[in-house]
Write a protein that binds this ligand. Structure first.
Ligand SMILES: Nc1nc2c(ncn2[C@@H]2O[C@H](COP(=O)(O)OP(=O)(O)OP(=O)(O)O)[C@@H](O)[C@H]2O)c(=O)[nH]1
Length: 618
């Protein structure tokens, strides 16, 4: 089909009966982007010559790591029984950190292709996304992907899928995003099964923002789904949550490159540009209306993204601090969920306390900072947000363990999540042990097929953010999968452990941990620093303390490092050179009280989990 057939479907005038809005939901790596690529080719909007893998994933990081961070919408023409339809495909991010964005994208659709890898079967995010789709009343089209793989077991998993969503296993389509087999039948099925959008064309305009992306050349590009009425180019629009007014400089559809149109009508999915420079002015979930004839009621479901995980980010070279500030300011333009404020640390100098949606978000941001801005960074251990109530009734929100209040604490509330873990049945025992050791309590356990078990637990978020996912993967030989959602706050028996070097507190190592784990944390961190800090001219005690109680202690024995020891004989200039070098080295030392500590020691002590993260990436 030629791309020209789109012009028969002018977005301002398309009959909603000829529109199908759908998304593809899948567990990570089940092949969503590859399938989307085949659809782009098959509908003729991307020709074979300009096709490249994962066409829709624009960010380099997305392409390299094979994950989708930002959703995109694409309009594709498809002929079915003599009529041309406009299929709007909304690509959703698949990771738990971005659940809110997934749910907004789903709200823009009437149907969802539930894509499952035919060699893997249902995974935790398949379920999480399916439940979100069902909450949004979407028509579900079950599809097994990767049937070209020798290890594929489409019959077995069709049965599993049919058990899950009801219906006949034969109803499950079988495709290969790689070879293209079955993709045309899937496009036909979308036209047949997905209901067309309904809305009131004469009502005041209401469009839901399901994504907004910062483009360095065009400013913020906002993706919307028209629900009622229409929007036209050059009109004045209003954001219903902030009442901010903007002019529509451009409105159009992506197919897959942006194509400006006269406007967007009921049921359409497209983009708009107002010239704003910051994604926070065009927030996901907000409703856009027409200033001249405004709607009175916003579409439901708007929520501000709240950071769940905090970490201190510091430049390894202190003189990079202004570059880091500028880099964060720039990233913030494209990432409404990123929060940060300046912070100083005894051990690490000047940096920023940053808030993230989750661990993946943290990793992506630090990686972008390092890659796009050429910074060398160190991130402190991630921490969650604690609500602390003092004996005198004062309430304090703590995002940084070193700011934990001193004095009598009445209670501490910590965030709790509801986690869903899917695993082959052989690993149920080890997973239960793992969850137990992370203060989890089981909600229920269910068999989904003969070999697949779903375990549901409530767990403190703090126990998950550290290395839970890595542990789960290694204990289940990679088969276990995890998804979680916020489940409010709960009281925890928590204490703050401080690290003292010769009696001086070193803030970067303060941690809030469960009372029973304070001792092991103290032993671990003091041991690690003893290895890393070089000997000084006097003995240096390293202590871990809870309040004024010391719970672990190591010490570094005194020694004077004599750089001249090996320099026999008389060459004075060589001796002077060595002494100069020693002086130079001292400049990079941090003074903690009287103790000189090379910054590298702090960095090495903090970055053991960085190594782990590195392994996960491979
Ligand atoms: N053999 C085979 N491999 C496939 C097929 N579809 C996708 N793959 C491979 O599976 C891997 C994951 O595919 P993606 O399309 O990146 O998966 P995704 O679901 O978009 O991943 P996220 O965006 O991270 O959620 C890639 O290595 C693809 O080459 C298929 O039909 N057959």
């Amino acid at each position: 089909m030629s791309p020209r057939s789109l012009s028969r479907l002018e977005p301002a005038k398309t009959d909603p009966a000829a529109i199908r809005n759908f998304c593809i939901i899948a567990h990570i790596d089940h092949g969503k982007s590859t399938l989307a690529d085949r659809m782009l080719q098959l509908t003729g909007i991307v020709d074979d010559r300009s096709m490249r893998a994962q066409y829709l994933d624009r960010m380099d990081i997305e392409r390299e790591r094979g994950i989708t961070i930002k959703s995109q919408a694409v309009r594709m023409p498809w002929d079915y029984e003599g009529k041309t339809y406009a299929l709007n495909m909304i690509d959703t991010p698949g990771h738990v950190d971005f659940t809110y964005e997934v749910s907004r994208s789903l709200a823009a659709c009437e149907g969802a292709v539930l894509l499952v890898d035919a060699a893997q079967g249902i995974e935790a995010q398949t379920l999480a996304n399916l439940y979100l789709a069902l909450e949004n009343d979407l028509e579900i089209i079950p599809v097994l992907n990767k049937i070209d793989l020798p290890a594929a077991q489409p019959e077995k998993y069709a049965e599993e899928l049919a058990n899950l969503i009801g219906g006949d296993p034969a109803d499950c389509l079988k495709v290969s995003g790689k070879t293209g087999v079955g993709v045309d039948a899937l496009l036909d099925r979308i036209v047949q099964r997905v209901p067309n959008p309904v809305g009131d064309p004469d009502a005041p305009a209401r469009a839901m923002i399901f994504d907004s992306v910062y483009d360095p050349y065009r400013g913020v590009v906002t993706y919307v789904r028209m629900v009622d009425g229409n929007l036209k180019s050059r009109e004045k629009i209003q954001m219903m949550s902030t009442k901010a007014v903007h002019e529509l400089l451009e409105i159009g559809v992506s197919s897959p490159e942006p194509e400006p149109t006269k406007g967007l009508g009921v049921g359409e999915v497209g983009y708009l540009i107002t010239g704003v420079k910051d994604v926070r002015q065009s927030k996901v979930g907000d409703t856009i209306t027409n200033l001249a004839k405004p709607a009175t009621e916003a579409l439901k479901g708007y929520k501000d993204p709240l950071p769940m995980v905090f970490s201190g980010i510091y430049p390894i070279d202190g003189s990079d601090y202004p570059v880091l500030r500028e880099a964060l300011d720039k990233l913030k333009l494209s990432d409404a969920a990123l929060a940060y404020e300046p912070e100083t640390s005894v051990a690490l100098g000047f940096g920023f306390r940053c808030g993230f949606l989750g661990l993946l978000h943290l990793e992506i941001v630090t990686e972008r900072l390092e890659r796009e801005f050429g910074l060398d960074l160190i991130a402190t251990a991630p921490s969650v947000v604690y609500e602390v109530t003092m004996e005198d009734g004062k309430e304090i929100t703590v995002t940084n363990p070193s700011e934990f209040p001193t004095g009598k604490v009445k209670k501490i509330l910590e965030p709790i999540v509801k986690a869903t873990i899917l695993t082959p049945k052989d690993y149920v025992g080890v997973i239960m042990e793992l969850c137990q050791s992370r203060r989890g309590s089981m909600i229920d356990m269910q068999y989904l097929g003969e070999d697949r078990v779903q375990l549901r637990y409530t767990l403190p978020l703090a126990e998950i953010v550290f290395d839970f996912f890595d542990q789960l993967k290694s204990k289940t030989a990679g088969y276990g999968s995890l998804d979680y959602e916020e489940a409010g706050l709960a009281q925890g028996d928590l204490v703050k452990v401080d690290l003292l070097l010769q009696g001086e507190q070193v803030d970067a190592f303060s941690a809030i941990v469960h009372k029973d784990k304070a001792y092991s944390y103290g032993v671990m961190i003091t041991g690690k620093l003893r290895e890393l800090i070089p000997r000084q001219q006097f003995e240096v005690p390293i202590q871990a303390a809870v309040g004024s109680r010391i719970i672990a202690r190591e010490s570094i024995r005194a020694i004077r490092k004599d750089v001249l020891a090996k320099c026999y004989g008389g060459d004075i200039s060589r001796k002077r050179k060595l002494l100069e070098k020693q002086k130079e080295g001292k400049k990079r030392m941090k003074m903690v009280g009287r103790v000189e500590v090379p910054q590298e020691a702090f960095i090495a002590a903090l970055s053991t989990d960085g190594e782990k993260k590195g392994e996960k990436k491979k």
